[in-house]
Ligand binder design. Structure first.
Ligand code: PMP
Length: 403
């Protein structure tokens, strides 16, 4: 990227700070955010504000005087509540000392990276993927090694694990595995997860596992499980020490603006994570942590409502867009994004801008998600059915005319 021209009054800026990757989603938002009546499907969040029972808990915590400095790894009640939630969803095995509370999933990922990779080291990630992963890898000085997944209109996205293994070099330190995936909805099978663990074991790598969309699982193959497959289902006891889970309150609990998440990993890392948090953010706002305890303990009905809404949203977009001539949209197996391939317009960025201008709908261009995203668009379906029907109604003529 060309460095920004520096205003003459500024002292020298660290060129690495100036070299952070521009966000392909941010560019679209800047382009269209002020359009009256625009339906925003470009970011990964729903239209539901955080429910009152969680907001009230934050207000109560403030009134109760929870306004002081906090524990770097999180208040004990929250670490316990998270461990209990994980035990409920995945079955035992997570103890509070494996849970480190962070400023959203984003800081959890940053810390995981810091633990795994030095500047110049390589981190492998399948693409298309959430751009913050590769932006954060580069901003931290490591090198992203992107392994494109393959797409077939009938069966959707697939990861070639052998191709990923072939990308390992002596500098590789970690593999990022996001399943269910943003933006593709790709959901690893237990066989995929076993194969990835085997690679990590063979080359002594970390796995940075992002299973934040695990409850949003729509593939009938995983219906009995009630969630997407997890590394926890297949790991051997010795693997538990090489998987770092990035997690967040943002999606399940409708708390994107709260910036609360957690990292889960070996309890022995506690001392290191404590230091990284101390010299980073110095912890998550105390009263927010108290509210997060309530979200954890009382949030199951909320999560179920969010999943039901996403299931309906997925149906509306898959049917509404999937039947347009030439549009390829196998229904996503998980997460809450439709990622259709659009015929006739290979430049997804230009198409996304046209959709702002001509349909007043905000979508993210597939090019923002790394190699393999060219020609695709991402639309978040964690929204009301009414909005999604209207979005389809507006998008259909523009997408059909583009052929
Ligand atoms: N992982 C993935 C795959 C995501 O899509 C997101 C949010 N879009 C996050 C992590 C992190 O979310 P947050 O920082 O809001 O917790």
């Amino acid at each position: 990227m060309t460095p920004m021209p520096k205003p003459p009054s500024l002292p020298p800026v660290n060129p690495e700070a100036d070299d952070v990757l521009p966000s392909g989603i941010g560019e679209l938002i800047a382009y269209g955010v002020d359009r009256p009546g625009l339906i925003p499907l470009w970011v990964g969040e729903g239209d539901r504000p955080t429910p009152d029972f969680i907001g009230e808990a934050a207000a109560r915590a403030l009134r109760d005087g929870h306004t002081f400095y906090t524990r770097m790894l999180g208040i004990p009640e929250l670490r316990e509540a998270i461990a209990a939630y994980l035990a409920g969803v995945y079955g035992g095995g997570t103890t509070p000392d494996r849970v480190f509370v962070t400023v959203g999933g984003m800081q959890a990922f940053q810390i995981a990276l810091k633990i795994a990779a030095r500047p110049g080291d390589e981190v492998i990630l399948p693409t298309p993927t959430w751009p913050n992963f590769f932006g954060a890898i580069e901003a931290g000085g490591a090198r992203r090694v992107m392994v494109p997944m393959s797409f077939a209109p009938e069966s959707g996205w697939a990861l070639d694990v052998e191709r990923l293994a072939a990308a390992v070099t002596p500098r590789t330190r970690a593999i990022v595995v996001n399943s269910p995936a943003n933006p593709t909805g790709w959901t690893a099978s237990h066989a995929d997860l076993r194969a990835l663990l085997a690679i990590a074991r063979r080359y002594d790598l970390w796995i940075i596992a992002d299973e934040i969309y695990g409850r949003f699982s729509f593939d009938p193959a995983h219906e009995a499980l009630g969630r997407a497959p997890s590394f926890r289902d297949v790991w051997e006891p010795e693997d538990r020490d090489r998987v770092l889970f990035v997690q967040t309150f943002s999606k399940n609990w409708a708390m994107t603006g709260w910036r609360v998440g957690w990292l889960e990993g070996p309890a022995d890392l506690g001392r290191i994570v404590d230091g990284l948090i101390l010299y980073g953010t110095s912890g998550v706002a105390t009263f927010l942590q108290h509210a997060a305890v309530v979200a954890m303990r009382e949030g199951e009905a909320l999560i179920q409502a969010q999943i039901a809404q996403a299931r309906e949203g997925r149906r509306i977009l898959a049917e509404g867009l999937g039947r347009l001539p030439g549009v390829e949209l196998p229904p996503p197996a998980g997460a809450f994004y439709a990622f259709p391939r659009i015929p006739g317009e290979p430049d997804a960025r230009r198409l996304a801008m046209r959709l702002v201008d001509e349909a007043n709908v905000g979508v993210a261009p597939g090019t923002a998600f790394g190699p393999g995203g060219e020609g695709f668009l991402r639309l978040c379906f964690a929204r009301s059915a009414a909005d999604l029907h209207e979005a389809v109604r507006r998008l259909a003529p523009v997408l059909a005319a583009g052929r």
